[in-house]
Design a protein around this ligand. Structure first.
Ligand code: GLA
Length: 334
């Protein structure tokens, strides 16, 4: 099939998977708003739905931004990913402290989490097709399986299972995901596989795994690793969603700051990368049901300041003016 003449990404991929973007409330208007309407059929709140943003103080929810996102989703016939319930970052400190200033009991923490999940599901559940129940629980350092977090210390070793069970009681009709970065790389894949296999063996209600996909143009092993990871996760009966895709011009160690625009070599490598990545996603369309970019265009993404402060990056399929790049052509022509 040749989709060269189809100009909308989500239209080109309608028989494959959803095409999503992470958004700030400002992105619902202007150039980004137009790009969203034309090319995407799913959104994720880049920050607005994180615990610390939406319930910064106990019982005081800030629904404003997420309400606007939901309205946009409804008006434009889209879906939304819920991101995220359990995470070690962007989580408010009140959650872990009781009224006497002591660390909360396991029971109180779970009760607070349940209330939080219930509130968000009541308000947004109708537009959300997948929730990230737990984000980034695997430890990066070799020799250790789980990240040491306050959640884990209070709830205990079985906390991931417990939290998925709790979420399942509140959530109807949406898929439940475990989401992480680098979980296509061999070491972290092994740990993820062990964790997921164990969760499934114990009957945990989990539907799939999110591969964040914060990638770069220089990784020559990416496609082999990705294939291997998708196959291993699928062998457990899990679905895969690509949840935070970007292709940086710089590998993590690269600290250069001198560029005002990407070199033609960089753009070429990015094109090739997007071509191969999307080819692989298509190959595994029976497993991969959603592909979300962590941004919309090169006008703004979180990579503009990370990991090198003040450095511009150009990770997306659309350029700083929202125009399609050669990478876009490679992703859409198949
Ligand atoms: C992680 C989180 C995302 C986001 C990125 C950085 O991947 O899952 O929500 O915070 O870090 O933008």
């Amino acid at each position: 099939m040749c989709n060269a003449k189809i100009l909308s990404l989500s239209e080109a991929y309608k028989d494959y998977f959803k095409i999503g973007a992470a958004v700030r409330v400002e992105d619902l208007q202007g150039v980004h708003g137009e790009l969203l309407k034309k090319h995407f059929n799913s959104i994720t709140a880049e920050n607005a739905m994180k615990f610390g943003e939406i319930q910064p103080v106990e019982g005081k929810y800030d629904f404003d931004k997420t309400d606007k996102m939901k309205e946009f989703v409804l008006n434009n016939n889209m879906g939304m990913r819920g991101h995220t319930f359990l995470w070690h970052n962007q989580t408010p400190t009140w959650l872990f402290v009781d009224n006497n200033g002591n660390q909360v009991s396991k029971e109180l923490l779970l009760e607070r989490l349940k209330q939080h999940i219930r509130t968000l599901v009541n308000r947004y559940g109708d537009v959300i097709y997948a929730w990230d129940v737990v984000n980034e629980a695997i430890e990066d350092k070799s020799g250790e399986q789980y990240r040491d977090t306050t959640w884990r210390r209070i709830i205990g070793e079985d906390y991931i299972k417990t939290v998925f069970e709790l979420a399942k009681e509140e959530i109807n009709g949406a898929q439940l995901y475990y989401n992480d970065y680098n979980n296509e790389l061999p070491n972290k894949l092994d740990k993820s596989y062990i964790m997921l296999k164990d969760l499934i063996a114990k009957g945990t209600p989990i539907d799939g795994v999110g591969i964040q996909a914060h990638w770069n143009i220089t990784d020559n092993n990416l496609i082999d690793n990705l294939r291997n990871a998708i196959e291993k996760y699928a062998s457990l009966g899990l679905k895969v969603q690509i949840t935070e895709l970007d292709v940086s011009m710089f590998n993590f160690e690269n600290k250069r700051k001198d560029l005002l625009e990407p070199t033609s070599e960089m753009l070429y490598l990015q094109e090739k990368m997007y071509n191969n990545i999307f080819g692989t996603f298509r190959e595994y369309k029976d497993v991969v049901n959603s592909v979300t970019f962590w941004g919309i265009s090169d006008m703004y993404t979180w990579k503009d300041n990370f990991p090198v402060h003040g450095r511009k990056d150009w990770t997306m399929l659309f350029d700083i003016n929202g125009r399609p790049k050669a990478s876009y052509d490679r992703a859409i022509k198949f």
